[in-house]
Design a protein around this ligand. Structure first.
Ligand code: NAD
Ligand code: UGA
Length: 434
């Protein structure tokens, strides 16, 4: 099959490289010429484990090419995937669909006459209808099918998620589009992930309902963690105790500083807006959005309290900046709320992240970036673990203690055992455990 990906970001690039690895011929097209030029020089615009090897191999084998020319990219394609961004619209939280609609217009103007357009971007219910309307308006004679095929990969585990998905959702009533989509995903049948065919609107809603459900689950365990602290219980044991129930499941029950990233925050907000617009407010999701926002800000208070109630003039060392490990993505990272709140009350901040410093430097100011975890701790009044990179799980605690001014660790990801770390002479504050 010949596949075109419009948008070579986290989703477009990973999906494109994986489809090429299945044996399809893929062109990744992006309107950002610098990105395409870099890709053509073998430089990836994002950090995603394993992606550089996968891209290099498929480029070498002639199955993956990059282009900033739409005509060239879509010529002869069996399916054209739209994988452009759908960020929160400034001011009202609705999904900004301008990139999706611009892509639809451009494709309609240049396609050969027959096309299957597949929306992989996360888009609100009814977007497929609008994409179809726009394309018919631009070229009424076109023979098109517009399919919804939401993506469920996670950053940091994107290749594994794409190649071994729990399910593949395909929203279309068009028989030919169904056949083409089945053929595109055929190489995955070996692992037998369920191929779920639905109508387009249902498919669009499945994506938001899934992300919002996961955000609810995280927020629930975060609130249970707060309760654990008040009543002297251990949230990790509570999570295990409930997660062993198959109806609940053990995943997404890790308490932390609040969910962040390029998707949960924007997708929960967009779902809230869709529901309000349709007169059926989703009160649970509305509450989750506001509880999570408060939680991210509340993390700074926890650190200030641990430092004796005042951090003016004190130096706080932050380990981990990205919204989760194994990515360089800083979009809506909890570290941003934590650091700016600390700076607002006069703290000086040193930070270290294994891969996120370059991205973080675009979002933060007046932060001293350190070369490693030990340099970060040097002379600090407290060490705060914000993102659970593996590299932080087995720190040389004697060295950290010697570097710190005060032996205080605030662990917002529960990566150490309280007893172990206290035995080393630290004061240790974590989440939902005494
Ligand atoms: P991204 O910002 O990393 O990439 C989007 C790319 O699209 C950019 O490179 C941009 O230059 C390009 N682009 C924008 N308009 C274009 C146009 N008209 N023509 C060609 N290229 C264009 O975004 P992302 O994180 O890959 O997310 C893309 C979509 O996938 C979003 O809707 C997101 O919600 C969804 N999604 C993301 C993830 C994830 O882990 N990041 C997972 C599942 C779904
Ligand atoms: C999430 C979903 O997991 C993907 O299925 C989805 O495709 C994607 O959003 C999307 O639509 O873009 P991602 O944002 O990459 O993926 O990362 P997650 O692993 O889901 O983590 C999101 C946030 O929740 C992170 O800040 C993470 O630290 C936090 N989290 C996650 C917790 O605090 N506790 C948990 O138990 C799990």
């Amino acid at each position: 099959m010949r596949i075109t990906m419009i948008g070579a970001g986290y989703v477009g690039l990973v999906s494109g490289a994986c489809f090429a690895d299945f044996g399809h011929f893929v062109t990744c097209m992006d309107s950002n010429i610098d990105k395409i030029d870099a890709l053509n020089l073998g430089q990836l615009p994002i950090y995603e484990p394993g992606l550089d090897e996968l891209v290099a191999k498929n480029v070498r084998d002639g199955r993956l090419v990059f282009s900033s020319e739409l005509d060239q990219a879509i010529h002869g394609a069996d399916a054209i995937f739209i994988a452009v961004g759908t960020p929160s619209r400034r001011g009202d939280g609705h999904a900004d669909l301008s990139y999706v609609y611009a892509a639809a217009r451009d494709i309609a103007a240049r396609t050969d006459g027959k096309a299957i357009i597949v929306t992989k971007s996360t888009v609100p219910v009814g977007t497929g209808d609008e994409v179809e309307r726009i394309m018919r308006e631009v070229r009424p004679e076109l023979d098109i099918a517009v399919v919804s095929n939401p993506e469920f990969l996670r950053e940091g585990a994107a290749i594994g998620d794409f190649k071994r998905p729990d399910r593949i959702v395909i929203g279309t009533n068009d028989e030919n589009a169904r056949r083409v989509m089945t053929e595109i995903y055929r190489p995955l049948y070996l692992n037998e992930p369920p191929l779920l065919f639905t109508d387009r609107r249902t498919s669009e809603l499945i994506k938001y309902a899934a992300n919002a459900f996961l955000a609810v689950k995280i927020t629930y365990i975060n609130e249970i963690a707060d309760l654990c602290e008040q009543v002297g219980a251990n949230v990790q044991e509570v999570a295990r105790g409930i997660g062993l129930d198959n109806r609940i499941g053990p995943k997404f029950l890790h308490p932390g500083p609040g969910y962040g990233g390029s998707c949960f925050p924007k997708d929960t907000q967009a779902l809230v807006k869709t529901a309000q617009d349709n007169g059926t407010p989703l009160r649970i999701v509305e509450t989750v959005v506001s509880v999570n926002e408060q939680r991210k800000r509340g993390m700074a208070r926890r650190i200030i309290q641990a430092c004796g109630g005042d951090v003016r003039g004190k130096r706080i060392a932050i380990l981990g900046l990205t919204f989760k490990p194994n990515t360089d993505d800083m979009r809506d990272a909890p570290a941003l709320s934590v650091i700016t709140a600390l700076q607002d009350v006069g703290a000086k901040v040193t930070a270290y992240d294994p891969v996120g410093i370059e991205q973080a430097s675009h979002y933060l100011s007046h932060v001293d970036f350190a070369a490693d975890a030990y340099a970060c701790a040097e002379g600090a009044d407290a060490l705060v673990i914000v993102t659970e990179w593996d590299a932080f799980r087995a720190l040389d605690l004697d060295r950290i203690k010697a570097a710190l001014k005060e032996p205080l660790i605030v662990d917002l990801r529960n990566i150490y055992r309280p007893d172990d770390i206290r035995a080393k002479g630290f004061r240790y504050i974590s989440i939902g455990r005494l």
